[in-house]
Design a protein around this ligand. Structure first.
Ligand code: NDP
Length: 280
């Protein structure tokens, strides 16, 4: 359906925003659901985040996805914050209702949903998480919630790893960044939650040959889709999960929050891969 003046509206706010795949993903779901709706990209510098987001609320949007660098600021304008967003200290979903702003975090269930969809239920599993930034906070929260038996965090800045542990997973172990490969023999799942491997960033070097069994190796990075980290894991015989699944899974509850119905069960992965210049 072509949108009319009565269209429901939502969007994604960040800076930069031109690279965001969310408008494309949401447009596919909107079309498949036959909705009279629009989902647009909105740019805002850090000091303009609050005025722009609140102006969009006043202009009738039902909500916003929030991306870098605003996920922490998103909590500041919220009247209500979900337990999950509060614990993680960041929100990627703002919904507007009755003049109020409600903040939630769907990155955490998004990561777990993607892992499970690839056959990797973390319940009872030992997981090595590389990184301690915003994505790692969501991923570690999701792993705790999903019942991982133990979590080991390795981050270049050890103090940041300790802060993540103290905030979200007090039982987690910390290992040095240079010792990350030693731990591989003792885990079931390895997750890259650093920005290493992202186009324009250095690659994440990891030796998987010390693994004592087949692992599940997941990346939060989705551009490129097959990072050197995932390629190395695949070559060593491990199952891999790319970061696009996390993006899609975090989008599903956002769609439902904006438009009042579940995201239709259609293939959005293929068009998103095409937008990334990847062949299915
Ligand atoms: P942050 O800036 O918050 O954290 C960056 C992390 O990368 C830190 O742990 C940092 O370590 C580490 N890092 C950066 N450079 C290096 C380096 N040279 N050597 C070792 N470690 C390094 O970023 P985010 O957590 O927000 O994002 C991380 C990744 O997750 C990004 O690639 C992002 O695209 C992806 N992401 C994917 C999502 C999805 O839906 N698939 C959703 C959200 C994020 P240190 O603390 O030592 O600086």
């Amino acid at each position: 359906m072509k949108p009319t003046g009565a269209a429901m509206m939502a969007g994604v706010i960040g800076q930069p925003i031109a690279h965001s795949l969310s408008p494309l993903m949401m447009a596919h779901w909107i079309e498949a659901a036959g909705l009279n709706a629009l989902y647009g990209p909105y740019i805002a510098s850090p000091h303009m985040f609050a005025p722009v987001a609140l102006a969009l609320q006043r202009s009738g949007l039902s909500g916003l996805n929030v991306t870098l660098p605003h996920k922490e600021q998103a909590l500041v304008i919220a009247h209500r914050i979900s337990d999950r967003a509060d614990a993680i200290g960041a929100a990627n979903l703002l919904t507007f209702a009755d003049g109020e702003v409600h903040a939630d975090n769907t990155d955490a269930p998004g990561f777990i949903g993607s892992l499970k969809a690839s056959g990797g239920d973390p319940a009872g599993q030992r997981v090595l998480v590389l990184g301690a930034g915003g994505a790692a906070r969501s991923i570690v929260y999701g792993l705790v919630e999903a019942g991982a038996s133990s979590i080991i965090i390795a981050n270049r800045n050890r103090d940041r790893a300790k802060a993540l542990r103290d905030r979200i997973a007090p039982a987690a172990e910390i290992t040095g960044w240079d010792g990350r490969e030693e731990v591989v023999s003792d885990v079931d799942i390895v997750v890259n939650a650093t920005s290493l491997g992202l186009t324009g960033q250095p690659v994440l070097d990891m030796d998987f040959t010390k693994a004592s069994k087949p692992l599940i190796v997941a990346d939060s990075v989705y551009s490129p889709l097959k990072t050197a980290f995932l390629r190395t894991a695949e070559e060593a015989g491990h199952k891999t999960v790319d970061g696009l699944g996390m993006l899609i899974e975090q989008g599903k509850p956002s769609f439902e929050a904006f438009f009042g119905q579940p995201a239709p069960d259609v293939d959005v992965r293929t068009p998103l891969m095409a937008a990334l210049g990847e062949t299915p």
